[in-house]
Ligand binder design. Structure first.
Ligand code: CMX
Length: 476
């Protein structure tokens, strides 16, 4: 068999004492252009061993049906379905408070895990179970967390990005993992390991509101070992406790408090899952496939969610909207907005909150949040930032369509959420992605339980190198 050697590996560096970075810099132009050439030449060529195209391998594995995920599917033109139910169907069918179109995220978790629509009693029972975990395990009197986790969180710099803090907090709950403990003792087997996984997942979900509250109080307090900004109520539902522990409730009976709690319920309910291939879900599944416990697996998933092309876009959108208010003289003037967007694109920056790797339509999660604002128009009509978000969703769509590069010039999931929470008093904008992390726990962790039920194997795809691909090209 002919052996192909990467051409540049044979040469000696002309600079005898060059540093590692300098050597790399020297190699880059040639390697980049070679890979680009391979990509152009072979994009549609199928590899003989597996029928996969070189375009897929070098293009982020787009569209390859390579993993099993049962709780949700994403149709490019319709968006997310949870076990076959659209967002609107979930809004009609899942139990919630009496307010229209709002359901409890606990109900979504039940649906994701079982494929069945739970009744009211089942959801109330689940909430009680989660709250009982918090009251029985939280040894810190102020934070409603285990003392070890509370102490660890207080050692982190309060200026550390909230997603890093949140991921560390989630990972640290591994200290209490039943799965990890029983696995190391050898007291679980392949048939029963799903149960300890399930118990760990429940524990993690239960502590998410307190952990998010802890991170928020730390970044708001800027370094002091301050107490939580709000309280945990053992009788309240999960999203209400999350809202409360962020200190966003002013007076528990007010209409404003009811609305922000409903936003939290809706937001965390509809962002809970987005099939398996997205970075955070896939990472959780991949790490879990090594039988890492659910806290370690989801902590890794959160680190993927923290990337600007994925969940961090939620924070970038709010910052972008506020920046636009500053940069544009009249943010209700479509022409001025268009000109501003072209400046961004001409500077090779992306417009955050638009585009998607799979979707080819307006994201129905964005649509549901816009619907939420329409149902409460009297509250939002005087908020210039919410109005800008709504106007931009039309103007940016037009501009990106004309730009022609972006395959999905529609608003995506991250477009509306941050600015709505900002409206209700969430002042620390770097925190917005943590809310997505609170919600997204439900889908990937449901899948992890089923991965263990089915005994799915460790993931181990095969990679190919440059010399292998070169065999099929005209490069010599
Ligand atoms: N603004 C400007 N350019 C954009 C764009 C946007 N919002 N979306 C895509 N493009 C560009 C891409 O950068 C790419 O340009 P190059 O060919 O120069 O590299 C081109 O259009 C084609 O990209 P694509 O195939 O349409 O999109 P991808 O599947 O590669 O990427 C995504 C998808 C989301 C990363 C991209 O649309 C993007 O960067 N959007 C802005 C960030 C964002 O909102 N991310 C949140 C996504 C939701 C999530 O998954 O969490």
């Amino acid at each position: 068999m002919q052996r192909f050697i990467h051409t540049t590996t044979k040469r000696n560096s002309p600079i005898a004492n060059s540093t590692l970075k300098d050597t790399l810099k020297e190699l880059i132009p040639k390697r980049r252009s070679e890979l680009l050439q391979l990509r152009k030449e072979l994009a549609n060529n199928h590899l003989p061993e597996n029928d996969i195209t070189v375009g897929s391998i070098l293009g982020g594995m787009r569209g390859l049906q390579l993993m099993y995920w049962q709780s949700s599917t994403v149709d490019p033109n319709l968006g997310i379905k949870f076990h076959g139910y659209t967002i609107q169907e979930c809004q009609k069918l899942l139990p919630g408070p009496k307010n229209p179109n709002i359901f409890y995220p606990e109900a979504m978790f039940w649906l994701l895990l079982t494929g069945e629509i739970p009744n009211n009693k089942q959801v109330t029972g689940l909430t009680k179970q989660l709250n009982k975990i918090v009251t029985s395990m939280s040894t810190s009197k102020t934070s409603f967390l285990p003392e070890e986790v509370n102490k660890l969180m207080e050692t982190l710099p309060s200026t550390m990005h909230p997603m890093t803090q949140f991921s560390i907090g989630v990972g640290s709950l591994s200290h209490f993992s039943k799965f990890r403990d029983n696995y190391s003792r050898g007291t679980i087997n392949k048939l029963t390991m799903w149960e300890d996984t399930f118990d760990d997942v429940m524990m993690l979900l239960a502590f998410i509101p307190s952990l998010a509250g802890k991170v928020y109080s730390r970044i708001k307090g800027k370094g002091t070992n301050n107490d939580m900004l709000g309280e945990f109520d053992p009788k309240a539902d999960w999203a209400k406790n999350l809202t409360s522990m962020l200190g966003l409730l002013n007076n528990r009976s007010s209409k404003n408090d009811e609305d922000i709690t409903d936003l939290m319920r809706l937001y965390t309910g509809i962002h809970a899952d987005h099939e398996g291939g997205n970075v955070s879900a896939h990472t959780t599944h991949l790490v879990g496939s090594a039988l890492s416990d659910p806290m370690l697996s989801y902590s890794a998933g959160l680190l993927g969610l923290a990337g600007p092309l994925h969940g961090l876009a939620a924070q970038d959108v709010v910052k972008f909207l506020l920046e636009t208010q500053n940069q544009v003289e009249d943010s209700t003037n479509e022409k001025q907005l268009e000109d501003y967007l072209w400046t961004i694109l001409n500077n090779h920056r992306v417009i955050p909150g638009y585009g998607h790797a799979v979707l080819r339509c307006e994201d129905p999660r964005f649509t549901a949040l816009v619907q939420f604002t329409k149902e409460r128009q009297c509250q939002f009509k005087d908020d210039p930032n919410v109005n800008l978000m709504l106007l931009l969703s039309k103007v940016a769509h037009r501009v990106l369509t004309k730009y022609g590069k972006c395959k999905n010039p529609f608003p995506n999931v991250d477009n509306a959420s941050g600015i709505l929470f900002h409206h209700y008093g969430l002042t620390q904008l770097d925190f917005v992605t943590v809310l997505l992390g609170c919600s997204r726990a439900m889908g990937p962790l449901s899948q992890l339980v089923w991965d263990r039920i089915y005994g799915l194997p460790i993931e181990r795809p095969k990679s190919v190198d440059f010399n292998y691909l070169k065999k099929f090209s005209t490069l010599s």
